[in-house]
Design a protein around this ligand. Structure first.
Ligand code: ADP
Ligand code: MG
Length: 139
């Protein structure tokens, strides 16, 4: 197993419900550590760029509107197999399909408002972590 870093976002729906601490605890209990953390209110341009891979999807405009409606918490999580581990702890995209006890099962509302984001590959994790954190701010 390799030590990796991945980008996690606690999305506006979860921040609005005062769930930041409970969500961070799930990651910590799951073996990941917070290497960097910041609250950020994404601009339209930032959200559009961050989700650019989904530009052609029918839910893109709604997704950008959702992600910009209130602040998020962005984190770099670090640990063994952090990218896959984070996605396991998060659960499936649709909370209705998410395994019991995962963050999306516990705290997700629907397929859009699903509480958390996690990078999906080593390559995207590097890009996404770098999007929010300079190397000097990751500990
Ligand atoms: P994941 O976040 O699990 O990697 P995707 O990359 O496929 O999922 O989608 C990015 C985000 O877009 C999802 O987390 C969710 O907020 C939103 N989304 C995905 N699929 C849908 C959908 N069918 N309808 C509305 N929003 C969606
Ligand atoms: Mg994704």
């Amino acid at each position: 197993m390799a030590i990796e870093r991945t980008l996690s976002i606690i999305k506006p729906d979860a921040c609005e419900q005062n769930l930041i601490g409970r969500i961070v605890a799930r990651f910590e209990e799951g073996g990941l550590r917070v290497a960097a953390m910041r609250k950020v209110h994404l601009t339209q341009a930032q959200a559009e760029q961050f989700y650019a891979v989904h530009r052609e999807r029918p839910f893109y405009a709604d997704l950008v509107q959702f992600m910009t409606r209130n602040p998020c918490v962005v984190m770099a999580l670090e640990g063994d197999d952090a990218i896959a581990r984070n996605r396991e702890i998060m659960g499936a995209t649709d909370p209705a399909q998410a395994a019991p006890g995962t963050i999306r099962d516990l705290y997700g509302t629907n397929v859009q408002e699903n509480a958390v984001h996690g990078s999906d590959s080593l390559e995207n994790a590097k890009i996404e972590v770098g999007y929010f954190f300079p190397e000097a701010e990751i500990y």
